[in-house]
Ligand binder design. Structure first.
Ligand code: SAH
Length: 260
């Protein structure tokens, strides 16, 4: 297995640099790699590169960047706005939502949010690990936590907010997103908002449902746990409006055959 690592440095062919502590520890102590071993690097901006391990010492692990492997690609601009959950549920949510291609995480404190603290460093570390695993070229952005009123005050109305509304008459998510696909002049900026374990307060749901940029959706007749709900909404979004709706690129033409 060739390790694939995120590194927070500029990447270009022939660049040589010392891996930061996390990557150095992983390569030297966990994977037991040596000078000359291949690795793959990405930084979220410059694409993905073949690379090689240079000198390995107690003090540092040197990395040498080789050829560009894949040019940078963007992900659909879909934010996941979520009320902080218990630690295990957040770890799970961030890992899986990164795999599903969330472009950003926006923590939101609502009236019934039980957790009052959120470890953003842990959140970022989980996102990096999942991005490495899943061959993403980007890292999800981790946004500063806000209260729901502050989030809505600063909201860009061009970004459509898909509200997971557990109670009430909201349209089923697939129907609602297919309708949006046909009617909205799409600015292509999206967000999903899910409530905490305790759900939204009635007043929050009323407030949200009356905002012009909000589309309330239902996820079926069962009450899902907050992490399940967020991931379900994200998966459905990706398959209707996001990159799950794309077909893989057409195969290359055989040599000598030109398109007519
Ligand atoms: N209010 C519930 C629990 C909330 S579930 C209770 O009675 O305790 C946590 C969050 O998941 C909700 O706020 C909502 O955003 C989302 N959710 C769960 N099930 C859902 C469903 N069937 N449809 C839409 N959203 C749902």
């Amino acid at each position: 297995m060739i390790p694939r690592l995120y590194v927070p440095v500029e990447l270009k062919p022939d660049h040589v640099f010392a891996a930061e502590e996390r990557a150095a520890h992983y390569l030297r102590n966990v994977m037991r790699r040596q000078a000359g071993d291949p690795i793959i690097l990405f930084n979220g901006r410059d694409g993905e590169f073949n690379a090689e391990i240079g000198e390995v010492s107690k003090r540092q692990v040197e990395l040498r960047v080789g050829a560009l492997r894949r040019p940078q690609m963007s992900v659909p601009d879909i934010w996941l706005c979520f009320a902080p959950l218990k630690k295990d549920a957040i770890d799970f949510l961030v890992e899986k939502a990164t795999e599903l291609g969330a472009a950003a995480f926006q923590p939101v404190f609502t009236q019934h949010t039980a957790s009052t603290r959120l470890n953003l460093e842990r959140l970022a570390a989980n996102a990096i690990e999942a991005a490495e695993q899943t061959e993403r070229l980007t890292l999800p952005e981790i946004r500063v936590p806000l209260s729901l009123p502050d989030l809505l005050r600063s909201w860009d109305p061009a970004r459509r907010l898909i509200l997971c509304a557990e109670a009430g008459p909201a349209a089923p998510i697939a129907e609602a997103l297919n309708d949006l696909k046909g009617t909205v002049s799409i600015s292509n900026a999206w967000a999903i908002l899910c409530g905490p374990e305790g759900g939204f307060a009635r007043s929050e749901l009323d407030l949200l449902s009356n905002l012009p940029f909000v589309t309330p959706v239902g996820l079926g007749p069962r009450i899902l746990r907050a992490d399940t709900a967020a991931l379900t909404a994200l998966a459905v979004f990706q398959s209707i409006l996001g990159d799950g709706a794309l077909r893989p690129p057409a195969p290359l033409l055989p040599i000598g055959q030109l398109p007519t």
